[in-house]
Design a binder for this molecule. Structure first.
Ligand SMILES: [Fe+2]
Length: 404
C-alpha cells in the first residue's frame, strides 16, 4: 500500500488534467508516458457504490465496481485532518486496468470518524509503452467510523438465506429501525447459485449499498448454494473478508467470533458436483485452524465466544455436510466451551437450547420466503450478551441472553 498526503487543490489539479501528454507527478510517475482523452466516455460509470469490507480498529477496505477498466484510488480524511490518497499496490505494481476495485486503508485511528470518496480514472488503451487515460469519475462522499480498541460493547445484525431476493435485504434492515450497529454479517446462501457479476451486483451489492454498506461494513461467509454455478469460483473476488479467507476469526468488544465455511451439504462424490469439489479435506483443514483459534489468547480472554457458520451441525437433518461438521467441528466446540452458535440453512428459524451433542444453544435464522425470513440482532457488553430474532413482519420470535 502506498499513501501520500497532499493539499486538495494540488491533487484536483492533477486528476482533472485532460489533454496533457507528458511526465506525471506521483503516483503516476511510474508510467513513462500517458495521454488523456478529452471526450468523456458515457460508458465509464460506477456499477456499484463503494462498499466497506474487512473492518478493524485501524483498517478498512473499500470496494466498488466500474463498467470500464480504470485506475482507482480513495481520498479520505478525518474531520480535522489532511486528505490522504490511497491506491492498491500488488507486487510493486499499482492495481489498474481492472473493474473490481479493492483499496485497503491502513494505519487508521481507532474510534475515529473518516470521510472518503472513491475515484476511477478510465484506462482507454493500455499499450506497453503508452497508457491512454480517459476521464475520472468520483463517488459521493461517505463516512465510516473505525471501532474503538478494546470496546466495552458491540452490536451487529445477522442475515442469512436470502436466496436471490434483493428486496429482502432492505426489508430486513428496516426491521432494525434506528438501533445502532457496527456491521452486518451475512451467514450464507445469499444466492441460489452463482451466474455472473450482474447477479452479485443486483441481488446483493446494490441492495446493501442502498441501505448501509457505504457507511457500515459487512462480512460474508458462504453457504452451500454459493459454491454452485459457473461463477462460484469468481465470488471471492467481490468481497474481502478478514484475513482474506472464507473462514476467519475476530474480536469485537467483549465477544470473540469464529466464522467457518461449512461447504456443501452432500458428499463430495455426489454426481451433481461432477468431481469438482473437495469439501471434506477443506473442513478438516478448518478444524485444525479452529482448534488453534480456540486455544488463542483472543479466544481465552473474550467474555463471550460465538461461532457463525451456515450449516448447523445439529437440527439440520442428516445429510453429509451436517454430519461431517458434527464429526470434525462438534467435539471442539464442546471441548473449548463456545457460548453460542448462529447458523442458517434450514429455512426454519428457531433457538435450540443446549442438549445432548451440543453444550451451547444453536440459533438458526430463517428464510427465504415471506413469513420465514429473519433479522438477528446481537448485542453485547461486559455484563451480558443479548440476541433477538425478528421475523419479517416485525414480530420478535426468539430471544437469548447470556449473563457473564
Ligand atoms: Fe443452505
Amino acid at each position: 500500500m502506498s499513501k501520500e498526503t497532499f493539499k486538495r487543490r494540488a491533487f484536483i489539479g492533477l486528476v482533472s488534467k485532460t489533454t496533457v501528454i507528458g511526465l506525471a507527478t506521483s503516483p503516476l510517475s511510474s508510467l513513462a508516458i500517458y495521454t488523456e482523452h478529452k471526450k468523456p466516455n458515457a460508458d465509464h460509470v460506477f456499477l456499484t457504490k463503494p462498499y466497506l469490507q474487512n473492518p478493524g480498529p485501524d483498517v478498512i477496505t473499500i470496494m466498488w465496481i466500474t463498467a470500464r477498466n480504470a485506475y482507482s484510488w480513495v481520498e479520505y480524511q478525518t474531520e480535522a485532518g489532511d486528505i490522504i490518497k490511497n491506491h492498491a499496490v500488488t507486487d510493486g505494481m499499482v492495481d489498474a486496468n481492472n473493474q473490481i476495485h479493492r483499496i485497503a486503508l491502513q494505519d487508521l485511528k481507532p474510534g475515529t470518524r473518516y470521510s472518503y470518496t472513491a475515484f476511477s480514472k478510465e484506462i482507454v488503451d493500455y499499450q506497453p509503452y503508452q497508457i491512454t487515460y480517459g476521464t475520472t469519475i468520483s463517488s459521493e462522499k461517505y463516512e465510516f467510523i473505525t471501532p474503538v480498541l478494546n470496546a466495552k460493547s458491540m452490536a451487529m445484525l445477522i442475515i442469512n438465506d436470502i436466496h436471490d431476493r434483493p428486496n429482502s435485504i432492505p426489508h430486513l434492515m428496516t426491521l432494525n429501525g434506528n438501533d445502532p450497529f457496527d456491521f452486518v454479517f451475512f451467514n450464507g446462501d445469499m444466492f441460489n447459485f452463482q451466474k455472473d457479476q450482474q447477479q452479485i451486483i443486483q441481488n446483493m451489492l446494490n441492495p446493501c449499498t442502498d441501505t448501509f454498506a457505504s457507511t457500515k461494513p459487512f462480512m460474508y461467509i458462504r453457504g452451500n448454494h454459493e459454491t454452485r454455478g459457473k461463477f462460484a469460483r469468481q465470488l471471492p473476488t467481490y468481497f474481502n473478508n478478514i484475513n482474506g479467507t472464507q473462514y476467519f476469526s475476530f474480536s469485537r468488544g467483549p465477544v470473540h467470533f469464529i466464522a467457518l465455511d461449512t461447504g456443501e451439504d452432500k458428499e463430495d462424490e455426489a454426481p451433481v458436483y461432477a468431481g469438482l469439489i473437495d469439501f471434506d479435506a477443506y473442513r478438516k483443514k478448518q478444524a485444525v485452524w479452529l482448534e488453534q483459534q480456540l486455544q488463542s489468547n483472543a479466544y481465552k480472554k473474550a467474555i463471550f465466544k460465538v461461532v457463525l457458520m451456515h450449516i448447523p451441525h445439529y437440527h439440520s437433518g442428516d445429510w453429509h455436510g451436517t454430519m461431517h461438521c458434527r464429526e470434525v467441528f462438534g467435539p471442539l466446540f464442546n471441548k473449548y466451551k463456545i457460548d453460542l452458535m448462529i447458523s442458517g440453512h434450514t429455512h426454519k428459524y428457531g433457538i435450540h437450547k443446549a442438549q445432548e451433542g451440543h453444550d451451547f444453544p444453536i440459533v438458526i435464522g430463517g428464510g427465504p420466503q415471506d413469513g420465514k425470513r429473519t433479522l438477528i440482532k446481537l448485542k453485547a457488553n461486559e455484563r451480558s450478551l443479548h440476541l433477538s430474532m425478528i421475523k419479517d413482519d416485525g414480530q420478535e420470535v426468539g430471544t437469548y441472553e447470556i449473563k457473564r
